[in-house]
Design a protein. Structure first.
Lengths: 264, 91
């Protein structure tokens, strides 16, 4: 029996789907049996980020309506062994699925997979409630920005109300340069505010745009900093002790000395 | 001397510190669900009760929810000019 992890954030555009795709891929590369589930009914995009859009035939809605068996609705990713996608219906609304149905679906999926990663839609309405309904754990994605952290705090409260207490934070799109100069909150600042476990920091990386263009998760790219950071998160999820690289501001004097050294 | 130099160099607050303190304030309100309106009526009622016992400088009363690490505190600054309660021994 595997576990269901909902990937969520509250705020849109902070990298939920990208994180789901990359972590799912990274876990499968580690040899785990993984299914990534798009819970954004009506506005699906995980299939595109995974590069599997042309092969989607059935969706979770078809399974719930009894149009097809669950196994038949899973799209197999041919690049990695044991990686599957369950797409969301494009024709339906978020209110067409009930939390109870989602719970049952997750239960069935985790019987046959080590990890079920559920990509939640933005917001705190029914779409999110559905996505989290069957979750054992949650990955909260935020960027080091005021609006994103505020929404993450809201989501953490809602998850705790749903008795999902195994929460891990992913800080996405951190610019090491801006952190260094004190113009971006560093991981310790965000942790101070949200007080939950940090499981990884993904540096800002142009490679993410390029890999999304190609439909090829960055995890496959050994030169991508973000892709490698996702791999480390996968290892941590697997219980391995992989340290999180430190990102800190150095203060004005520090930067000056730093510059002197790099010039010299 | 060195300390003074540091102070001079760090005079302007970094934007990340501004972000952090703004967030802390926002979250106090978000987490309690107490908005400006509720705080105002709380302050009015508390001032009313306290006025039965003290002579207060009403315009100077300040009340705020503050967050320190994991705990939250209602911090009030209420200037007292005198007391209205007589000492019991006199009776």
């Amino acid at each position: 029996m595997g576990k269901v992890i909902v990937v969520t954030s509250g705020k849109g555009g902070v990298g939920k789907s990208t994180s789901t795709a990359n972590l799912g891929t990274a876990l499968a590369v580690l040899g785990k049996k993984v299914v990534v589930v798009d819970a954004d009914v009506g506005l699906r995009n995980l299939d595109v980020i995974m590069g599997l859009e042309s092969r989607v035939v059935y969706t979770s809605m078809d399974v719930l309506e009894g149009n097809c068996e669950l196994d038949k609705a899973l799209v197999k990713d041919r690049r990695t062994k044991d990686l599957y996608l369950l797409a969301a219906s494009q024709k339906n609304n978020k209110s067409d699925i009930q939390p109870e149905q989602m719970k049952k679906l997750c239960l069935e999926l985790k019987e046959a997979h080590d990890y079920v990663l559920v990509d939640s839609p933005a917001g705190i309405e029914q779409g999110f409630q559905n996505a989290a309904a069957g979750a054992d754990e949650a990955l909260i994605i935020t960027t080091p920005e005021v609006a994103a952290v505020r929404d993450a705090d809201r989501i953490i409260g809602l998850l705790q109300n749903m008795s999902i207490n195994d929460l891990h934070l992913v800080i996405n799109r951190l610019s090491p340069e801006m952190v260094k100069t004190g113009d971006m909150m560093e991981p310790t600042d965000v942790i101070d505010i949200l007080s939950i476990d940090l499981i990884g920091v993904i540096p800002e990386d142009r490679e993410i745009v390029i890999s999304t263009n190609r439909g090829m998760p960055s995890t496959y790219n050994h030169k991508s900093d973000a892709g490698q950071a996702y791999k480390r998160i996968a290892q941590r999820l697997e219980g391995e002790d992989v340290p999180i690289p430190e990102f800190k501001s150095v203060g004005l004097l520090g930067t000056w000395f730093g510059k002197l050294f790099t010039w010299g | 001397m060195f300390k003074r130099l540091m102070q001079l160099l760090n005079r302007e607050q970094k934007s990340k510190s501004v972000a952090k303190s703004r967030l802390q304030l926002i979250l106090v309100q978000d987490r309690t669900g107490i908005d400006e309106e509720i705080m105002e009526s709380l302050q009015a009622e508390l001032t009313e009760v306290l006025s039965k016992y003290f002579i207060l400088e009403r315009e100077q009363v300040e009340m705020e929810l503050e967050r320190e690490q994991d705990s939250m505190a209602l911090v009030a600054n209420i200037p007292v000019l005198g007391t209205k309660v007589r000492h019991p021994i006199e009776a």
